[in-house]
Write a protein that binds this ligand. Structure first.
Ligand code: ATR
Length: 271
């Protein structure tokens, strides 16, 4: 019997997930089929329940459904509870089990290619307080995290949710926050194709700093270009995308993803 799974989003045609999962199914010889299903918000719940009834193993969930996915589930793990968002719904015995693997994807961004074995950062600055920020902050805490957002109230709500190791800041505090910081994560939409660039000066950061941009279209954002010029470490958004699929693949198949690093390098080479 073929195991079926899908990614639900709106829009979703651009999703790399079918390619990633189907490549991995082929590589390990697992009888799986993975598709992208465009799902407008008003059809989300009905689509989830229909796929469960049709015997799908589960679905991955992307924008704009991650919050609703969390609330729809019968069971939620801690990451889902803390982020209020899920990107994986597993169907088991007629129940929906929610997980959030974005934090695991982000964790891989902290593994430095330029300095394997480098110690984890101690002063982190996260830009943005939208849906992409929560799993990043959840992964970093209880480490010290400074959250800067254009709308400070949203940063404050996140800082309150994630506890005393987080603080909220105005956007214009960024230059001050970056002094001596050894990790910067952009979770805003700035730098994405069609959006303004993220225009900040990275010079005050620690010389050992790592700069993570979760934007992956384009792959080489101005932020990452500047970081490289300064000799800082960088991680791109494709890393998070590929590695958030690893725990999903394990949940669907019981098998380890065969070659995430190879998949990542191949996707990077195409961008
Ligand atoms: P998502 O939930 O998909 O992450 P979002 O909630 O719209 O999307 O969040 C986008 C993030 O990018 C937010 O932190 C947003 O800041 P606001 O909370 O002030 O809206 C940030 N962002 C978008 N455009 C921005 C801009 N021009 N300058 C600074 N931040 C911006």
């Amino acid at each position: 019997m073929v195991m079926k799974a899908a990614v639900l989003g709106h829009p979703v045609s651009q999703s790399l997930s079918p390619r990633i999962f189907n490549e991995w199914f082929d590589a390990v010889g697992f009888p799986g089929e993975y598709e992208a299903i465009d799902t407008p918000p008003d059809a989300f719940e009905e689509t989830v329940r229909r796929l469960m009834a049709e015997g799908y193993a589960g679905v991955n969930v992307t924008l704009p459904h991650k919050n609703v996915a969390a609330s729809l589930a019968d069971f939620r793990n801690k990451a889902v509870e803390r982020c209020g968002a899920a990107n994986l719904l597993l169907f088991r015995s007629g129940k929906i089990i929610a997980d959030n693997t974005d934090g695991a994807g982000f964790a891989r961004c902290l593994v430095r290619r330029d300095k394997p074995g480098a110690s984890l950062p101690s002063k982190a600055v996260v830009l943005g307080a939208g849906g992409a920020a929560s799993p990043v902050i959840n992964q970093l805490t209880p480490q010290r995290v400074h959250i800067a957002n254009r709308t400070k109230a949203k940063a404050e709500a996140l800082a309150e949710n994630f506890g005393p190791s987080c603080s909220a800041h105005d956007w214009d505090e960024i230059p001050e926050l970056l002094k001596g910081a050894d990790l910067l994560v952009n979770t805003t939409s700035l730098g994405m194709k069609g959006q303004p660039t993220l225009d900040i000066d990275l010079a005050p950061m620690s010389p050992d700093a790592l700069v993570v941009d979760i934007v992956y279209a384009p792959l080489q954002t101005e932020l990452l270009k500047q970081a490289r010029k300064l000799g800082l470490g960088t991680s791109n958004g494709l890393t998070m995308l590929v590695y958030q699929a690893v725990p999903s693949f394990l949940a669907y198949t019981g098998l380890r993803a065969p070659s995430p690093e190879k998949t990542l390098r191949a996707l990077e080479a195409e961008k």
